[in-house]
Design a protein around this ligand. Structure first.
Ligand code: ADP
Length: 230
């Protein structure tokens, strides 16, 4: 009998609070969320409810005050900072509303870079970057710098960069929020295709109900826990 694969990401009873002066803000109060390989979860919640907090905890950028964060089968809370950083580089990709590409480097180099930081061979990294950018329809733009690309193209490069190291998990915060509706639609479609093809587990925070509807399921944060919207 084969054991089923673990979730790509599993938040278990996650708590996160911020202390400010004499008051405490309980933002996450025992949040649970499992994301399976190839699954795309829309995180739809009013601002101030804890979306960024949840993404930061899921992305190992912040440690929860209680609970556990599993990446694959691996518990991460007790790991030291160096090990969490290593895991973040390899297993987690981030896409933000603004692309944050390095302006002085080409599209190809921007996608090669995280692979070199991880220690991959230069030729392997270039081939993978070329394949990814081609998959995203950018084969003719490899040598363009970010300023020589349209907004939608820049965001597709940012998506390629996020998955360059073959992460288990992709975390995106309004990845198409800065694009016009038509371009957003196209970028979103390529993002979904890539996540499914690579069997990455994705959480995509968005205010766009129509895009959320195209994901596998929708969740929100209510009173500090993750609740299904379906
Ligand atoms: P969202 O992404 O849903 O807008 P956030 O996760 O950014 O919400 O923030 C949730 C709440 O926690 C907000 O009220 C915010 O002011 C507060 N908060 C976030 N980060 C901090 C921090 N580092 N220190 C104090 N309060 C914070």
């Amino acid at each position: 009998m084969t054991t089923p694969p673990p979730p790509a990401l599993f938040l278990s009873r996650v708590e996160r609070r911020y202390v400010q002066g004499t008051s405490t803000l309980d933002i996450l109060r025992g949040a649970d969320l499992a994301v399976w390989p190839g699954e795309i979860v829309a995180l739809v919640a009013p601002s101030g409810t804890g979306k960024s907090t949840l993404l930061h905890v899921a992305g190992l950028l912040e440690r929860p005050d209680a609970g556990e964060v599993y990446v694959g089968a691996k518990p991460t809370v007790a790991l030291d900072d160096a090990e969490r950083t290593r895991l973040r580089r390899v297993d987690i990709g981030f896409v933000y509303q603004f692309h944050h590409l390095l302006p002085e480097f080409s599209a190809l180099e921007n996608v090669v870079m995280p692979q070199l930081i991880r220690g991959l061979d230069k030729h392997v990294a270039r081939q993978r970057a070329t394949d990814l950018l081609s998959f995203l329809g950018l084969a003719q733009r490899l040598d363009h710098r970010p300023a020589e690309l349209s907004g939608g193209e820049q965001q597709r490069v940012a998506i390629a960069r996020a998955v360059a190291n073959g992460p288990r998990v992709l975390l995106a915060d309004e990845p198409t929020g800065n694009l016009d509706p038509h371009t957003a639609d196209h970028v979103f479609a390529t993002l979904i295709a890539l996540v499914r093809a690579a069997r990455v587990g994705a959480i995509i925070a968005t205010h766009n109900r129509e895009l959320a509807q195209r994901m596998d399921r929708r969740v929100t944060i209510r009173d500090g826990i993750v609740v299904s919207l379906d």
